[in-house]
Design a protein around this ligand. Structure first.
Ligand SMILES: [Zn+2]
Length: 195
């Protein structure tokens, strides 16, 4: 039996992710930067509208700077990237909690990755438990350790150095098998990593 060509397997990236867009519309941009309430509302509206239309970060930055004189492109990029990242990872976590017992932290593994998040490479923990994200130094600043349910999570008030422009994502895991247990110190996640 052959599969009809119009059958889609897995996740469709063509359809808008309505859960993520709904979460995006409630992101608090002033968590990332000092903004007046009016500015925050106007910027978020542009980000949500562009995301709903499937437009990327570059377009959001253009639309924000075209329409709002007091925001420069660096600020617009930080706000768009960090808000979209938070919303999509939160949506992923909300789904994972419903169908998978474990979650995995997926870092990009490239040389732009912050050192603390490189250490989170393929850490697997129960879906409902927050990750223990380690401290790291950035220039002469120490960015403190924090807890996060998903990359970009602000629930436990992490230092912004753990959040701004992070590119890590979250995935589901159905078993911890094939992983190697590490850590497990008092107060730390009993961590499993993929080999
Ligand atoms: Zn990251």
């Amino acid at each position: 039996m052959t599969t009809p060509p119009d059958v889609q397997v897995g996740v469709s990236f063509n359809k808008p992710d309505t859960l993520a867009i709904d979460i995006l519309s409630k992101v608090t941009l002033s968590d990332f930067m000092d903004l007046t309430e009016d500015l925050e509302k106007r910027i978020l509206k542009i980000i949500v509208e562009d995301d709903r239309r499937g437009l990327g970060i570059a377009r959001m930055v253009k639309d924000i700077t075209d329409q709002i004189n007091s925001v420069d492109s660096d600020q617009a990029e930080i706000l768009s990237r960090t808000a979209v990242h938070q919303a999509y990872n939160r949506a992923a976590w909300e789904r994972i909690e419903k169908y998978a017992p474990f979650k995995i932290w997926i870092d990009t593994g490239d040389d732009r990755e912050r050192p603390g998040h490189l250490k989170m490479h393929h850490v697997i923990i129960p879906a409902e438990e927050p990750f223990d994200v380690p401290a790291f130094t950035s220039g002469d600043r120490v960015i403190p350790a924090c807890r996060m349910q998903y990359p970009g999570d602000m629930t436990y008030k992490p230092d912004l150095g753990q959040v701004i422009c992070c590119r890590c994502t979250l995935g589901p895991k159905f078993t911890r098998s094939g992983g190697k247990m590490t850590g497990g110190k008092k107060g730390k996640n009993q961590v499993f990593r993929d080999l």
